[in-house]
Design a protein around this ligand. Structure first.
Ligand SMILES: [Zn+2]
Length: 162
């Protein structure tokens, strides 16, 4: 099938889109389209396309909104991913600082342990500390062990959740 063309096709489309088609200004063009096959086809296609457009908008008004929403969500996700990438070095430094702090506390506790134990021993010897039937040093060691275990657990959980 030979595809016929007419130089007034675009004029027809413009007239239909602007609404000029139905007015007195479109009369000459309407008459031309009645005798011109390509222009008659353009009129038909443009009208069909427009009808389809209107139908889509009327039947499914949230469609455009949801497309916009999807776009917005995608943009937001991309932005968040970029932010997370930017925050990665900060998170690493935070973790390292946390690990170093835990190690420092452990080291400090180990270094200071003899004096702490000595202080407890002397305090109990002078009767300042109530005797519970358990050596205070063991009691303190148990407390320290529990505390350090909790610290390690907190560090582990903090490490995993980030
Ligand atoms: Zn024509």
């Amino acid at each position: 099938m030979k595809l016929e063309r007419c130089e007034r096709e675009q004029e027809v489309v413009d007239a239909l889109r602007s609404g000029r088609w139905g007015t007195a200004w479109g009369e000459e063009l309407r008459r031309h389209a009645e005798t011109c096959t390509p222009c008659a086809e353009v009129v038909f296609v443009t009208r069909e396309f427009r009808r389809e457009e209107e139908l889509t908008q009327r039947q499914n008004p949230p469609r455009m909104a949801s497309a916009g929403l999807i776009w917005w969500k995608a943009q937001r996700a991309a932005r968040r991913a970029a932010e997370e990438r930017a925050a990665e070095p900060i998170q690493f430094v935070q973790r390292a600082a946390f690990a170093l702090l835990a190690l420092a506390m452990l080291g400090l506790g180990a270094m200071q342990w003899p004096s702490i134990a000595g202080w407890i021993r002397s305090a109990s010897e002078f009767g300042n500390l109530p005797s519970l039937g358990v050596t205070p040093a063991i009691l303190l060691a148990a407390t320290a062990a529990v505390f350090l275990s909790l610290m390690a657990l907190a560090a582990y959980v903090g490490w995993r959740e980030d």
